[in-house]
Design a protein around this ligand. Structure first.
Ligand code: NAP
Length: 271
């Protein structure tokens, strides 16, 4: 009898890190559910992965800024009898400008996409994982979650810090409840090649950042998958990022704040 393939739901799978998660889970033989707003991109990726790996790929076009989206996704999964074994909360973007210059509606949508939707998807999908006694949850946070908050892109660092703490709590709760094969991990990339900086309009600034600070999406994603399988609650991929994360803990706080402030002003837009 053929073994049932495991299934991974990936948000923000139409580009960058999310598309790379889809490629790596497909290469591992997992079936996929891909979601993002751009259905054409998702369909093209789905066709590529079905042909290359023989896996089943379901596409669900959704805008996670819509508060009804997570419930709709979970209902659609149930309607197709699809049981999610792994959830990758990856969809995200940067919101340029200051808290003064941005509209509340844009900040609220940002919180919805980058914080509420991942937390809600986790809440809705965890019971099924618990019943089947297996689950993997990867929350794509950021190295920014380690650094002090700085001017511009105001909520980005706080949301990413929140995703780190949330992942640690879920991982600890699963373990405390005897769910020894459900793991949750915050993946904290630094600068990663994707469409992120094109979308938020900072490409010309970030292109000036030294090349050693950048990683390809593939090793970032592999680090996340390996870490969650080990039961590690937080992973910072890459040596340079690990050193930077460690320095934020070892150096005196005022020094870290000053360095983070001057560095982030090189690429964070205030307009
Ligand atoms: N690249 C970096 O340097 C970097 C560093 C640290 C952390 N990260 C984090 O990595 C994650 C992935 O970013 P990326 O670098 O891969 O950027 P990306 O190439 O721009 O991809 C972002 C993905 O998020 C989706 N998305 C954006 N808004 C959405 C919405 N309202 N509803 C549904 N999906 C939405 C996009 O799909 P559609 O546009 O088709 O909806 C796209 O698939 C983000 O959480 C980001 O914060 C990135």
């Amino acid at each position: 009898m053929a073994l049932k393939r495991r299934l991974c739901l990936i948000t923000g799978a139409s580009a960058g890190i999310g598309a790379e998660f889809a490629r790596q889970y497909a290469a591992l033989g997992w079936n996929l559910v891909l979601t993002a707003r751009r259905a054409d991109r998702l369909e093209a990726l789905a066709a590529e992965l079905r042909a290359e790996h023989g896996v089943e790929v379901t596409v669900m076009a959704e805008d996670l800024a819509d508060p009804g989206a997570p419930a709709r996704i979970v209902a659609a999964l149930a309607g197709r009898a699809l049981e999610v074994d792994a959830l990758v909360n990856n969809a995200g973007y940067g919101l340029p400008g200051t808290f003064f210059s941005t509209k509340w509606e844009d900040q609220a949508a940002f919180l919805q996409v980058l914080y509420t939707a991942p937390v809600e998807l986790t809440h809705r999908l965890l019971p099924g994982m618990a019943a089947r006694r297996f689950g993997r949850i990867i929350n794509v946070a950021s190295l920014a979650g380690y650094a002090p908050g700085s001017a511009g892109h105001t909520l980005y660092a706080s949301v990413k810090t929140g995703m780190i703490k949330f992942s640690e709590s879920i991982n600890a709760e699963c373990s405390a409840l005897g769910q020894t094969d459900i793991h949750c991990c915050a993946l904290c990339p630094g600068f990663t090649w994707s469409e992120f900086h094109d979308v938020n309009g900072t490409r010309s600034e970030t292109d000036k950042m030294p090349k050693w600070m950048w990683m390809e999406a593939a090793p970032v994603v592999k680090a996340g998958i390996d870490a969650v399988n080990r039961g590690q609650p937080v992973i910072v991929p890459g040596l340079a990022n690990k050193v930077l994360a460690t320095l934020t803990r070892l150096l005196p706080e005022p020094m870290v704040r000053a360095i983070a402030g001057s560095q982030s002003s090189r690429y964070r837009r205030m307009d």
